[in-house]
Design a protein around this ligand. Structure first.
Ligand code: FES
Ligand SMILES: [Fe+2]
Length: 459
């Protein structure tokens, strides 16, 4: 029986990770991941432009927050619970510049949470100056309001927010979706083998078919204790625009997949663009901010023309808010206008609705509390889960490293080693044939020590 600890939606609670009863062992990484997310982090809350002259409520990590404009014009954040008798501040008003008044007895707060007035008691009230509502630090960058959810001193925001928010050359465009799934379930939908399968009928698939993930998957590493990236770049998906390998034969099915190549009929329309994009260099970003997962809950993908980020923000145990960033670097104002229009009329539909709704259909009925059997291409998830466990406010890296590998994790490493050995033996077989002419000796199937490797704490 797994121990259960419910975390109330109270920001002063320090009980740590929430656990729900599950039919998996207590040492399974999934049982150790907090259902309401990681607290000691900066999170994107909402776009600055959404906060006008009314309070706006947003729930993050199970905590109800209220946002309003402070005296300096910047967006401020308080716990939504009025310290008087628990009134809901988001249902209140901003009668005076820089303040918010509770809808019940009119206690009126500034952006730091100080009580400035108790309106019905008049100016002689003894409360002002003596009571403070819980305030959450905020910072606004490129039109996005970030909030520090932690109990401790805020960490440097650059550790939790991507570098494109702090330069002068990148425009960041936003889109928000809600998924009724746990935040980490939404997040684990990245860096694995699902793309060529789940998205086979997406509009983007027509433009650029992505039909295969390598059976060996990719070796992974943790960077700076904050990100997981594939060693040597993101998963190797063979992109075919109509070559011989579009369909493959599966002996145990005695059939080919995909069943037909109709999807290729249309690809010629975008062939010029595909060639252009293929020549572009990778997005210029530090390694920890390149393709992969980043704490507290981002998955990033380098499209070369842009950098994609999905933030999976915990709302409740079973609801997450996806805030997408599209980072682009237009050269001039015409480019900036074009990118905004393109984002509004095409990209939001193609990427976040057409493409990502396919993710949602796969993820939403998924179980997260039953035994797993992980393949080589799930290794990214193995590393990500272990990284979550050593996030701020969780365990120390050495404690996480000391947690024995689960059977499922072992399988992922073993399948990878076997697939690598098989690939190498095939290659060596080919090389052996060649050896007759070039004199290079080969020794058949490869062995490697991969099965004994464990995720390391740092790169
Ligand atoms: S409950 Fe907020 S003013 Fe009374
Ligand atoms: Fe996907």
């Amino acid at each position: 029986m797994v121990e259960t600890v419910d975390r109330p939606a109270d920001p002063t609670d320090k009980s740590g990770a929430t656990r729900r009863p599950r039919s998996i062992s207590a040492s399974d990484m999934r049982a150790l991941i907090p259902d309401l997310g990681l607290i000691e982090y900066w999170y994107p809350a909402l776009e600055d432009k959404k906060v006008k002259n009314k309070p706006v409520g947003v729930k993050i990590c199970g905590v109800d927050l209220v946002f309003f404009r402070g005296g300096d014009g910047q967006v401020k954040c308080l716990w939504n619970v009025c310290p008087h008798r628990g009134g809901s501040l988001m249902h209140g008003d901003c009668h005076y510049k820089g303040t918010i008044s509770c809808p019940y007895h009119g206690w009126t707060y500034d952006g730091d949470g100080n009580v400035l007035a108790v309106l019905p008691e008049g100016p002689d009230s003894q409360v002002p100056g003596k009571v403070k509502a819980r305030a959450y630090p905020t910072q606004t960058h490129k039109g996005m309001v970030f909030v520090w959810m932690g109990e401790g001193e805020p960490a440097p925001i650059e550790e939790d927010v991507p570098p494109e928010f702090f330069d002068d050359i990148t425009t960041v465009l936003y889109h928000t979706e809600y998924w009724p799934v746990q935040w980490n379930l939404a997040l684990e939908n990245g860096g694995d083998a699902h793309v060529p399968y789940v998205h086979r009928n997406s509009f983007r698939q027509l433009q650029n078919p992505m039909m295969w993930s390598s059976a060996t998957g990719s070796r992974q590493k943790i960077v700076n204790g904050r990100a997981v990236v594939a060693i040597g770049g993101p998963p190797n998906r063979r992109r075919s625009s109509g070559g011989n390998d579009y369909q493959k034969y599966f002996p145990l099915l005695d059939a080919r997949w995909p069943k037909h190549s109709y999807r290729l009929w249309w690809t010629w329309i975008w062939s010029l663009n595909r060639k252009r994009v293929a020549k572009l260099p990778p997005w210029d970003a530090p390694e920890e901010w390149a393709s992969g997962h980043h704490l507290p809950g981002m998955y990033r993908g380098d499209h070369r023309t842009d950098l994609y980020t999905r933030n999976c923000i915990p709302v409740t145990e079973k609801l997450s808010r996806q805030i997408y960033y599209k980072a682009v670097r237009p050269k001039n104002w015409i480019g900036r206008v074009y990118e905004r229009i393109f984002h509004r009329v095409y990209w939001r539909w193609a990427m976040y609705i057409n493409f990502s709704s396919q993710d949602f259909k796969a993820v939403s009925p998924q179980r997260y509390d039953t035994p797993e059997h992980l393949s080589a291409t799930d290794l990214h998830q193995v590393y990500w889960r272990r990284l979550v466990l050593q996030a701020r406010g969780m365990k120390r890296p050495e404690e996480v490293e000391a947690i024995p590998r689960t059977e499922a994790e072992d399988l992922s490493f073993r399948y990878m080693a076997d697939a690598e050995a098989y690939a190498e033996s095939k290659q060596n077989g080919a090389a052996t044939n060649g050896a007759a002419t070039n004199g290079i000796a080969t020794n058949g199937a490869a062995t490697n020590g991969a099965t004994s490797r464990t995720p390391s704490a740092t790169s």
